[in-house]
Write a protein that binds this ligand. Structure first.
Ligand code: NAD
Ligand code: MG
Length: 382
């Protein structure tokens, strides 16, 4: 039996992780955590029988306690609940499928208690990678990528000498607005951004894919996961999303991982690594596909990518400001209070306003996040 827990079980990655559990009877769920959907959490508890469940809001936790009064499950709430689940001794692998920087403290707690991390929550590495990776090393805890590109890179490095990697080629679909002008982008609404051509994902990451901010976050994620220089990571637009990323070696060989765009493969790979398990689903049909294509990213139109690369180069607390400004701006875009191009505009203003802290600790990271949110409030009020 492999015992797991999931942070963010009601979301896109969380529910797909549970589908894999359903298909693999030797996986057992010991704990689940989610934001506010108590009704779905109740269903998940009835099917998967975790001993511990956490809801972010106390109100949702109260509702869940009522719904599950007949079951032997313990229900907690808030950060205290997330930390209790992260450090619970009953399981080995934590799937971090929560969205946003809220994942930092639970991920640290899980590493400190020796858990393997199956990491989907990229915002945690973007903002605190300089703390997380050395901590994982110290506790001899593997951080296994769930993000499809990073899983592809990880698979393409299997059995290779990491010192002989010359370049990481991080592929991107380009999202629903690929090829559009800035003028066209200005009129795009949440409904347009939420129509991703290849992937079905949570709302925040879908908007990030449309703005290419997701790719900037993924460059930073790759840098920490694979311990490579920023300059050796190159973003390649590949609209068909069949090549999930590639690694070039010193002799010029390029190794890639290909497959249909389905997150269940990278999730399952992380859960059973180094074993491969059979998985149902569509296979790549190269004759049907005919051709696959590549483009250079347009950073003049998609300025979020350029700003993200700047934040990455500056380092310190700047990636936190980039990420926090984006989280806030995307939430505002989703509730129609700002336009699509205001997302990078707000990010840029926050980055210009910020005084960088080198090597920030967790409190300084959370402080930079809070200050970024306050600064956006201040901009919007004036
Ligand atoms: P989602 O919005 O579908 O799900 C987020 C989950 O986190 C939900 O269960 C929600 O209830 C929970 N959550 C949110 N705030 C919480 C809080 N404060 N406390 C406890 N739980 C909370 O998001 P998603 O698309 O599944 O993405 C999750 C993470 O995985 C993100 O970091 C995203 O970038 C990454 N990721 C997602 C995909 C994908 O295909 N969806 C692919 C690669 C990476
Ligand atoms: Mg990805």
């Amino acid at each position: 039996m492999k015992k797991i827990a999931i942070l963010g079980s009601t979301g896109s990655i969380g529910t797909q992780t549970l589908e894999i559990v359903r298909d693999n009877p030797d996986l057992q769920v010991m704990g689940l955590a989610a934001g506010s959907n108590a009704a779905l959490m109740e269903k998940q508890i009835r099917e998967f029988h975790p001993a511990l469940a956490v809801m972010w809001s106390e109100e949702a936790a109260k509702e869940l306690r009522g719904r599950t009064a007949d079951l032997p499950v313990k229900v907690l709430s808030g950060m205290e609940g997330l930390l209790a689940l992260a450090s619970d001794a009953s399981y080995e692998i934590l799937v971090t499928a929560i969205v946003g920087m809220i994942g930092i403290r639970p991920t640290i707690a899980a590493i400190e208690s020796g858990k393997t991390i199956a990491l989907a929550n990229k915002e945690t590495l973007v903002t605190a990678g300089h703390l997380i990776m050395p901590l994982a090393k110290k506790h001899k805890v593997p951080i296994l990528p769930v993000d499809s590109e990073h899983s592809a890179i990880f698979q393409s490095m299997n059995g290779e000498d990491k010192k002989q990697v010359s370049k990481i080629l991080l592929t991107a679909s380009g999202g629903p607005f690929r090829g559009r002008s800035r003028q066209e982008l200005a009129g795009m609404r949440a409904e347009d951004a939420l129509k991703h051509p290849n992937w079905s994902m949570g709302r925040k990451i879908t908007v990030d894919s449309a703005s290419l901010v997701n790719k900037a976050l993924e460059v930073m994620e790759a840098r920490w996961l694979f311990d490579v220089e920023l300059d050796s990571i190159q973003v390649v637009i590949h609209p068909q999303s069949i090549i999930h990323s590639m690694v070039e070696y010193v002799d010029g060989a390029v190794i890639a991982q290909l497959g249909m765009p389905d997150m269940k493969l990278p999730i399952q790979y992380a859960l059973f690594y180094p074993e491969r398990r059979p998985m149902a689903g569509e296979r790549v049909d190269f004759f049907k596909l005919g051709q696959i294509t590549f483009e250079r990213p347009d950073t003049e139109v998609f300025t979020g990518l350029k700003l993200g690369m700047q934040a990455a180069r500056t380092g310190g607390s700047m990636p936190t400001v980039f990420n926090a400004a984006n989280e806030k701006a995307v939430a505002m875009f989703l509730n129609h209070s700002i336009g699509f191009l205001e997302i990078p505009e707000l990010i840029e203003k926050c980055m210009n306003h910020h005084r960088v802290i080198e090597n920030p600790n967790v409190n300084e990271i959370l402080q930079a996040e809070a200050e970024t949110y306050e600064y956006i409030e201040h901009i919007k009020e004036n």
